[in-house]
Ligand binder design. Structure first.
Ligand SMILES: NC(=O)c1ccc[n+]([C@@H]2O[C@H](COP(=O)([O-])OP(=O)(O)OC[C@H]3O[C@@H](n4cnc5c(N)ncnc54)[C@H](OP(=O)(O)O)[C@@H]3O)[C@@H](O)[C@H]2O)c1
Length: 290
């Protein structure tokens, strides 16, 4: 039985989905998070990796508050670069174990006419994107032969607040919600991302992988679909990014190409609206107002 150590597996949005998927598919799973100790203490981290003897280490831990990162670049760098770098160095020293590091579409910035492929040069504009790219590069520099970088985007799923639950909660409180309609990306279900990540890990795939659901959307499209599927009367007002100033600059187009993943899976990732339906109908007890 393969063993996985999942950093962030007990509390993170993706971490929880990944832990469940691995467990349900016959893996032995162990999680590691803030409640177990200081992950940024390198001696503690190395000791836990030594003891776990995991075949695959999945790192879902990240500083994911995109706007807060602008005010705390050093802290974001510690979590998003120093931690994956330490993981890669420890596994190299141990001489065993494959590392799966998760990353983001925010390593790109638009405009760009086509979906971004794994070969396209990243050019992040936010502190979050810069620190996540630095984490990718550290892992690839230290452990290229035993690591994979999985870039995903716009995650929704059970277990933790996400954009979809935020919109549905706003709809319970207000008649109208305003949502940005000029940024394009790929909404992605954590359960689908977890399944693809497990399959890539089972084959010990290396290199960079773009892993998102099919199709593209604006935040407004995603909100509209979620509202239509759940909550009834709530008006949506599309606005431009200029009308919703945020600290961190977001890419106008961060749509990721999935041809490489589709070739590996033997089928394209399913479209995001289908995945969203699955999420909303399978986890209705968790949704705001229920
Ligand atoms: N969410 C998205 O839309 C999105 C999009 C693209 C890529 N990604 C990437 O996907 C991965 C997973 O994201 P996610 O949305 O699942 O993240 P998340 O829900 O915010 O979870 C982040 C995890 O990191 C842990 N963490 C953060 N700082 C920590 C620290 N200093 N020490 C220990 N643990 C710490 C959190 O622990 P606590 O629960 O204790 O805080 C939590 O378990 C990340 O690499 C992220 O960059 C996410």
């Amino acid at each position: 039985m393969a063993k996985a150590l999942i950093l962030g597996g007990a509390t993170g949005l993706l971490g929880q989905a990944l832990t469940a998927n691995l467990h349900n598919n016959g893996w032995q799973t162990e999680t590691l998070g803030r409640c177990d100790g200081d992950l940024l203490d390198m001696d503690f981290l190395k000791a836990r990796l030594d003891a776990a003897k995991a075949d695959v280490v999945f790192n879902t831990v990240a500083w994911t508050q995109v706007d807060d990162a602008e005010d705390h670049p050093d802290d974001a760098m510690l979590v998003n670069r120093t931690l994956p770098d330490a993981l890669a160095r420890s596994l190299k020293q141990i001489g065993a174990g494959h590392l799966v590091q998760f990353s983001t579409d925010f390593v790109f910035s638009g405009p760009h006419d086509a979906p971004w492929t794994e070969e396209d040069a990243p050019n992040p504009t936010s502190v979050y994107g810069i620190t996540k790219l630095a984490g990718e590069q550290a892992v690839q520099d230290v452990l290229p032969e035993r690591s994979a970088i999985i870039r995903s985007a716009w995650l929704f799923g059970p277990g933790r607040k996400n954009f979809v639950t935020t919109i549905l909660a706003a709809c319970k409180r207000r008649d109208t919600v305003t949502v940005v309609h000029d940024q394009f990306g790929c909404p992605t279900y954590t359960y689908d991302l977890a399944a693809w990540s497990r399959k890539l890990a089972e084959k010990r795939k290396t290199g960079i992988w773009h892993a998102v659901n099919g199709g593209r959307a604006t935040w407004c499209d995603l909100a509209a679909e979620a509202i239509a599927l759940t909550s009834g009367p709530c008006r949506l007002e599309p606005i431009t990014s200029d009308m919703w100033p945020q600290k961190a600059k977001r890419p106008i187009n961060s749509v990721l190409a999935t041809a490489k993943l589709a070739h590996f899976l033997g089928t394209p990732p399913r479209p995001w609206p289908q995945a969203l339906r699955d999420y909303l109908f399978s986890h209705s007890e968790e949704l705001p107002g229920k």
